[in-house]
Design a protein around this ligand. Structure first.
Ligand code: ADP
Ligand code: ASP
Ligand code: MG
Length: 333
């Protein structure tokens, strides 16, 4: 009779869960407990605390328009730090572990620096390491692009992208559980840091969670929820600080019948651009938005005022980080 294989658990720990050496040791202890209970583990980590913001600020102190390739290589180092340190913390507990970059973990993406999408995962290296008895720690938020097969470039998956690394790995490895550990107990009806009486939800559907995430609830990256939905990965969101039940993100057959407001989201990472005295004639909006779309800028809300004297004001919102690029694209127009 073949030996019973162990359940495979993918756990992702966010930035605040690995913010300093103490917390990294606590995460290591949690992983060691899960392993002792008989699971194989693949662990995805975000960069420590505010590292990604700090790296962005450093780049911004050098130039207000950093080269996207160099910026992705810089940002990816944040997750290299946390992954290697967590691996060392496990070694210190006597647990065999190995840290892998996104590329070493077999994650390939398209070539869109700063917002790359995962194109495929070759799980062989991870599977070999797990078969060798090691806990595999994968640096989240990154992969490699091989748009030119002879070149490998480091890419990042967009802010909050470690969630997507976690869910994508759970899908590729056909994991038994996918757990996203964070600094709140789960998904709430609103951001619990802003709305103290927000309620925690026991279950939320993929569709509802995608809507909340899309509207700005940063607790899960939109892509991660979408990947979970497409691949039918049940995602558990739970606290890395307290041992209490979290929230399950999964298919919910009752969504349509319930049809009530499930939560509120907000987004502060937004810039509003207003073009004044735009000629009020057909084709003008296309002249503005087509180059933005070609430049990979995501335009959200668009408002066009009632025209007067043959001109109109055109306002739209974008992600704050896209402001410099948007200005650069629109100035000649
Ligand atoms: P991590 O570093 O673990 O990825 P994030 O900061 O990305 O954590 O996401 C967790 C944060 O998301 C919480 O601290 C909370 O303030 C915020 N948040 C926003 N909306 C919600 C919501 N509806 N439910 C839970 N948390 C939310
Ligand atoms: N460290 C990255 C960020 O701050 C990825 C993540 O946290 O998921 O966006
Ligand atoms: Mg996050």
């Amino acid at each position: 009779m073949p030996a019973m294989s162990k359940p495979l658990v993918v756990q992702k720990f966010g930035g605040s869960s690995v913010a300093n050496a103490d917390r990294i040791r606590r995460v290591a202890a949690r992983i060691a407990r899960e392993r002792a209970s008989g699971s194989d583990l693949v662990v995805v980590v975000s960069a420590m605390g505010d590292t990604t913001d700090e790296l962005l600020a450093l780049a911004g102190a050098i130039t207000d328009d950093p080269d996207p390739r160099e910026l992705d290589m810089l940002l990816a180092t944040g997750e290299h730090q946390s992954a290697t340190l967590l691996s060392m913390a496990l070694h210190a507990l006597g647990v065999p572990a190995i840290a892998l970059t996104g590329a070493q973990a077999g994650i390939t993406t398209d070539g869109n620096y700063g917002r790359a999408r995962i194109a495929g995962i070759d799980p062989k290296r991870i599977q070999d390491e797990v078969a060798g008895g090691r806990v595999v720690i994968v640096a989240g938020f990154q992969g490699q692009s091989k748009t030119d097969p002879t070149l490998s470039e480091i890419t990042t998956l967009g802010r909050g992208g470690s969630d997507t690394s976690g869910v994508a790995l759970a899908a590729a490895l056909d994991a038994d559980r996918c757990q996203i550990f964070t600094d709140v107990r789960g998904i709430y009806t609103a951001d619990p840091r802003l709305v103290p009486d927000a309620r925690q939800l026991a279950v939320i559907s993929y569709e509802e969670m995608m809507e909340l995430a899309h509207q700005g609830a940063q607790v899960m990256q939109v892509r991660a929820v979408e990947l979970g939905w497409v691949n039918n990965v049940v995602i558990e969101v739970l606290s890395s600080f307290e041992d209490v039940p979290g929230t399950l993100i999964k298919e919910d057959p009752f969504v349509e019948q319930r049809n009530k407001v499930r939560g509120l989201a907000h987004d502060r990472n937004v810039a509003k651009v207003t073009l004044v005295e735009v000629p009020d004639r057909p084709g003008v909006a296309h002249a503005v938005f087509a180059p933005l779309s070609e430049g990979g800028i995501n335009v959200d809300t668009i408002v066009q005022n009632v025209g007067h004297h043959g001109t109109t004001d055109l306002s739209f919102t974008i992600t704050r980080g896209d402001l410099a690029k948007t200005k650069r694209i629109l100035e000649p127009i």
